[in-house]
Every structure is written in structure tokens, then in C-alpha cells.
Design a protein around this ligand. Structure first.
Ligand code: URP
Ligand code: ZN
Ligand code: ZN
Length: 457
């Protein structure tokens, strides 16, 4: 199969020019003006933007969590991602405390193998670092192509590790030049505040927000950055939400620049006033919680400065009946919200259309930086000769409105219901196949492939 995309405005992290792209098999084989090739399919992209496929490196598909499972599985989640121009996701394997990393890998392979529509990879969340786990780190990097290790400084009793485990893990991961990523919030302080609010009978979703004040994130982000500085490991803070956390990383980066940050689309555009809507606020119960408008401004400046290098989603959807598990107690509301489908269009609309970032920066934080940081560039994350033909053709002027009635995620509400977006994904190509054509998905589950990742040399 060959495809010729004609006359699109091709945007990468560093280029911006009108040209053609020729795709043969799974790869891009030529880019240039008036390419002389004949193709099985010709797409006229005049007046459209042509981007590398989006990469969302923070999703939770079919994940056992807080007594239930996130409601998008590999099929529904990666298909919804494709509708929004995201051709690849990285999901989190969770080690069960007391069991091996291999045991967790097999569980995630069981749920993903043969089920994904779009491409995917895994981070390994180390929730129990001990002498046995230590021996498995090298094997994950070298044999399985899993080159990032997630840690939690919160969710005590389920996922959290302590500082001595963190240092041990960092030292081991450093040997392979792999990456330690972190959910950086102070778990003990959060548990203290949750217990306090519950004992005082304050049980609505607002108290989820009040149990995780900015200082819980700022403190843990600084502590993680200091430990990364001490051990010399490359560090990455997931879902950063606030000014305090960003400043903590900036402080440590005066010593070196080993720690970078990711934010998520919700923290750039939604704020904590949504928790004041009684139980409806449960739609936005996620950890860390939404913050203030001043934090949104900080995160946009962090993107401009390059400390915040990735905009992800932390897609972790739960249906309304699952959210109702916490109707009498905010601490039982499953944490997470749905966004995998809308990240790229929302980021374009909020970022490019509103003049906060330019097109090259958009491509950087939407796909290129994730491909570089997580070890799959230039196979993914750019439009280059020899790269996978993961391509999005995008109309920058078309307006549309987000609704649960029209989205493709397996969840019965939208956290962005009624939001008007400027810019629409029209066609998505994944490894040389047209995956999305307007409102239709043209590929089946099983097309999505596990992508092995490497470490920087
Ligand atoms: O609320 C969230 N973020 N749920 C998913 C788990 C995590 O902490 O990333
Ligand atoms: Zn988290
Ligand atoms: Zn997450």
C-alpha cells in the first residue's frame, strides 16, 4: 500500500513548509515539493496542517484501581485515541506489592495482546522495590524494551514506596541509563488530611481537593528532584499541576537538569471551582486535583521555558456508576478522568488557536518530546524519511463541540461537555494504513503493536 499526501503544511518540532509526503508500506519514504510518485491512494491536504501522530505517554487502560477497573480497555481506549489524532499511548503496568515485575507484565500482556487498535508501550510501576525486584530491572530494559520505571510517593498501602526504596531503585535504573518517573505528592500528608476531613464529617468531592493542597505536590516534587540529583538518574515528574511543584523543580535544576516534567491537558484548562458543584465534582476527582488559574499560567510558562516538556492526559476513565462508589465518602471515588480522545484538539485550541504556543512547540509537547524522552525517536514523534508513517491531517479552522453523545471513549459523561474547540482531526494514518477517515475507524483491534523502547546512548 502506498499513499501520497499532497500540498499539506507539514509541521514538525523544527520545520514548517508546504510539501508532499510519500508513504510506502509502514514508513515515510519521501518528503518534498511536487513529488513525482504514483500511489494507491492520494490525499489532497491543501489548506490543512500535517502533524506527526500524537503520543500520549500517560494513560491507564483496563487498570485495576480503587476496587474497580478503568472503563476503557485496549480496544476502546486506543481507538478513541486515534479519533483524536493520538497514534500511540504508553500505559502503566502496576506491580502488585509482594509479587514480581514479571508477574505484572504478564497480566498487562494478557489484557493488551491482540486487543489494541493503536500502537502502545508500557512503563513499569515499581510498587515494591526489594532485592528480587532489583534483579528484574535490567531484564525489563534489555529484554522487554521497557525503559521507564514509575514510582508513587502517594497511595500508601497500595502503590507508594518510601524514600529508601526510591534511592535504591534510582541507583539501579541509573546503571541502564533508563528513566524514573514519579507521581510526586506527599502520601503521608494526604492521608492525614483525608482522615481529618472524614472524621469531621466532610465527605463531598470538594474535600478530595482540600486533602491535596499545593504544598503536598511541591514538597514531593522537590524531594524527588533532590534524590534524582543525588543519584544522577534521569527523572520525570508526571501530571504536574501547580506553580509550587514547578518552582521546586526549577530550584533543583539550578544544580543540574536531570528532572523534567509532564503536565496534562486538564491542568492547563480546568480549575478547582469545579469541585464546588456538589457530587458532580466527582467527574473531576483525580490525583493531583485541579488547581487555580494562577497554576495554569505557570504551567503554560513552564512549557515555553522547556521545564514542562510533555502534555499528556492521565486518561483513567470511570463510568458514573463507578464514581458513585464514593457518593457518601470522597475517599472512595475512583480517581481519574477521561481525556484520551481530546488531548490533541484541546491543546491545539487552547494553545495554538489562543496564541499561547506556536505550531512547532505544539508538535514538540504533543509528540516529539515524548518520543525522545521515552526512547523511540525518530521511529515515532516526527515526520522524517524512515520514520513510521504515523500522520495526522488536521483542519485548523473547523470548530466543533465536545460531547459524551459523540465521543468514542467508553464512559457515559464528558469532563469537557459543551466545550467548543477550534481545529479538527480529519485523517489519521498509522504505520501506513488509513486508521481514521472523518467519522470512521478503518482498522481493527489487533492492528495496534507493542513498541519496544531504548535508552539514550
Ligand atoms: O487520578 C488519577 N490520576 N488516577 C490515575 C492514577 C494516577 O495517579 O495517575
Ligand atoms: Zn498519578
Ligand atoms: Zn496516572
Amino acid at each position: 500500500m502506498s499513499i501520497l499526501i499532497k500540498n499539506g503544511r507539514i509541521i514538525t518540532a523544527s520545520e514548517d513548509s508546504v510539501a508532499d509526503i510519500f508513504v510506502q508500506g509502514e514508513k515515510i519514504v519521501a518528503i518534498g515539493k511536487d513529488l513525482p510518485y504514483r500511489a494507491d491512494k492520494v490525499i489532497d491536504a491543501s489548506g490543512k496542517l500535517v502533524f506527526p501522530g500524537g503520543i500520549d505517554p500517560h494513560v491507564h487502560l483496563d487498570m485495576p484501581f480503587m476496587g474497580t477497573y478503568s472503563s476503557d480497555n485496549y480496544e476502546t481506549g486506543t481507538r478513541a485515541a486515534l479519533f483524536g489524532g493520538t497514534t500511540m499511548v504508553i500505559d502503566f503496568i502496576l506491580q502488585t506489592q509482594g509479587k514480581s515485575l514479571r508477574n505484572a507484565l504478564e497480566a498487562w500482556q494478557g489484557r493488551s495482546n491482540g486487543n489494541a487498535v493503536g500502537d502502545y508501550s508500557f512503563h513499569m510501576a515499581v510498587t515494591d522495590f526489594n532485592e528480587d525486584t532489583k534483579k528484574e530491572i535490567g531484564e525489563m530494559v534489555e529484554k522487554e524494551g521497557i525503559t521507564s520505571f514509575k514510582t508513587f510517593m502517594a497511595y500508601k498501602g497500595a502503590l507508594m514506596i518510601n524514600d529508601s526504596q526510591m534511592i535504591g531503585l534510582m541507583q539501579e535504573v541509573k546503571k541502564y541509563n533508563a528513566l524514573v518517573t514519579v507521581h510526586a505528592t506527599n502520601g503521608d500528608m494526604i492521608d492525614f488530611l483525608i482522615a481529618k476531613h472524614r472524621s469531621e464529617g466532610n465527605l463531598s468531592p470538594l474535600y478530595h481537593y482540600l486533602s491535596q493542597p499545593e504544598v503536598t505536590e511541591a514538597e514531593a516534587s522537590g524531594r524527588f528532584s533532590e534524590l534524582a540529583q543525588y543519584t544522577g538518574v534521569r527523572g520525570y515528574i508526571v501530571h504536574m499541576t501547580c506553580e509550587g511543584a514547578l518552582n521546586a523543580v526549577r530550584d533543583v535544576s539550578k544544580m543540574n537538569h536531570n528532572v523534567i516534567a509532564e503536565t496534562c491537558i486538564q491542568y492547563l484548562m480546568l480549575d478547582a471551582s469545579l469541585y464546588e458543584k456538589d457530587f458532580d465534582g466527582a467527574k473531576y476527582v483525580m490525583s493531583p486535583p485541579l488547581r487555580q488559574k494562577k497554576d495554569q499560567a505557570s504551567l503554560w510558562s513552564g512549557i515555553q521555558q522547556g521545564t514542562v516538556q510533555v502534555v499528556a492526559t492521565d486518561h483513567c476513565p470511570f463510568k458514573w456508576e463507578q464514581k458513585l462508589m464514593g457518593k457518601d465518602d470522597f475517599s472512595k471515588i475512583p480517581n481519574g478522568h477521561p481525556a484520551i480522545e481530546h488531548r490533541m484538539e484541546l491543546l491545539f485550541s487552547e494553545g495554538v488557536a489562543k496564541g499561547r504556543i506556536n505550531l512547532n512547540k505544539f508538535v514538540e509537547v504533543n509528540s516529539t518530546n515524548a518520543a525522545k524522552i521515552f526512547g523511540m525517536f525518530p521511529q515515532k514523534g516526527t515526520l522524517g524519511i524512515g520514520s513510521d508513517a504515523d500522520i495526522v491531517i488536521f483542519d485548523p479552522t473547523e470548530k466543533h463541540t465536545i460531547s459524551a453523545k459523540t465521543h468514542h471513549m467508553n464512559v457515559d459523561y464528558s469532563a469537557y461537555e459543551g466545550v467548543e474547540v477550534t481545529g479538527k482531526v480529519k485523517t489519521v494514518i498509522l504505520r501506513g494504513e488509513v486508521a481514521i477517515d472523518g467519522n470512521d475507524c478503518k482498522i481493527q483491534k489487533g492492528y495496534g503493536r507493542f513498541i519496544r523502547r531504548s535508552t539514550p546512548r
